[in-house]
Design a protein around this ligand. Structure first.
Ligand code: NAD
Length: 323
């Protein structure tokens, strides 16, 4: 089976590629194509004979035939929320136009491919019920969320028409993300854990009482793989699936950091509210009913302490302060 991961040099794209190397799919994946506008630098992935890295804008790569012979796609390429809010055209190009091009490329294949799309909790906003279910009507309040919701609908329609077998998964904010901060409005949720553990100060740009919906990289990737592997009759319809996560306040995350690394490390986080980030993140829901995902056997981290422990276990070289 030939699998294409768009956004394959990104954070989750690389985590997913590693998981596919290790999980049961490794028996059936014969070729893994990682397509990204940024070059792939991961030595382990590059050393795998089954992995092929292609670099360029997705629309150009599609025009060059990157879809040829593909059986399954994980569509992760995207511009993140902060970029999309700062520049409408960036988001429309990376998120909407690229997705449409991908879906149309899928139409050219003899066999409709399975397509897993990484949507986001950012499809929600505005006047929402206390608890969000899969069938709660999204009313996105920012451009990124709007683009994700439009793509979910396109994928559902191309699926209905038989061009592909599409499954959209709405990810909670995935934290703790390694490396440098990115332009996602949610990026600080990783920064307030990652930077102090590395001995670096961090800014929390929202009120610490803000509630958020989060999961860890391992659980996010497990959700994407399950979306790919679940038989169609069990998937439960064309509506996007909300992945399980943790409903926490930012203050709870800071408390977990202090429990793990001590008060001196936690004191590296300074609250300096940013109006735009507070508006975007504060407008997202943070309580979800994920019954459908749980029926499929999906779960999220048991606690924030587990989430911090996962980061320390997976990125030990990035941590200098952990009791
Ligand atoms: N990480 C999270 O918290 C989170 C939460 C909800 C949804 N998601 C979604 O999951 C997916 C992966 O997220 P991530 O955290 O790995 O993001 P990321 O920014 O690390 O990865 C996205 C990748 O897409 C690539 N890309 C962007 N535009 C492209 C284009 N036109 N052509 C080719 N490649 C392009 C980028 O270079 C980047 O490597 C995204 O679709 C994101 O919207 C992520």
């Amino acid at each position: 089976m030939k699998i294409l991961i768009t956004g394959g040099a990104g954070f989750l794209g690389q985590c997913l590629a590693h998981a596919l190397q290790e999980n049961e799919l490794k028996q059936i994946v014969t070729e893994l194509v990682l397509a990204d506008i940024a070059p792939l630098r991961d030595a382990t992935l590059l050393a795998d004979a089954r992995v092929r890295s292609v670099t360029g804008d997705l629309q150009r790569l599609l025009a060059d035939g990157v879809i040829n012979g593909v059986d399954g796609v994980f569509h992760l390429a995207a511009a993140v929320s902060g970029e999309c809010e700062a520049d409408l055209d960036v988001g429309l190009h990376a998120n909407l136009d690229s997705t449409r091009a991908l879906l149309d490329a899928c139409r050219t294949l003899k066999q409709p491919p399975r397509v897993v799309f990484s949507s986001s909790l950012a499809v929600y906003g505005g006047d929402m019920p206390e608890v969000i279910a899969d069938n709660t009507l999204p009313m996105p309040q920012n451009s990124y969320g709007t683009q994700k919701f439009v793509c979910e609908q396109l994928i559902a329609d191309y699926t209905r028409r038989g061009h592909l077998d599409g499954r959209s998964v709405r990810l909670p904010t995935v934290t703790v993300r390694p490396g440098k901060p990115n332009k996602a409005a949610s990026g600080f949720m990783s920064g307030i854990i990652r930077e102090p553990l590395a001995g670096v100060d961090a800014i929390c740009p929202v009120d610490p009482q803000t509630g958020v919906w989060i999961t860890s990289p391992r659980f996010a990737v497990a959700g994407l793989i399950a979306a790919f592997e679940t038989p169609l009759q069990q998937w439960g319809g064309r509506t996007a699936l909300n992945l399980p996560g943790l409903s926490v306040r930012i203050a709870d995350m800071l408390a977990a950091l202090e429990r793990r690394a001590g008060a001196r490390v936690a004191a590296r986080v300074r609250v300096e509210q940013d109006e735009t980030i507070s508006r975007i993140v504060g407008g997202w829901p943070w309580r979800f009913d994920t019954a459908r995902a749980r029926v499929l056997g999906l779960s999220g981290p048991a606690s924030i302490d587990d989430l911090v422990a996962e980061y320390i276990a997976d990125y030990p070289n990035a941590v200098i302060h952990a009791a």
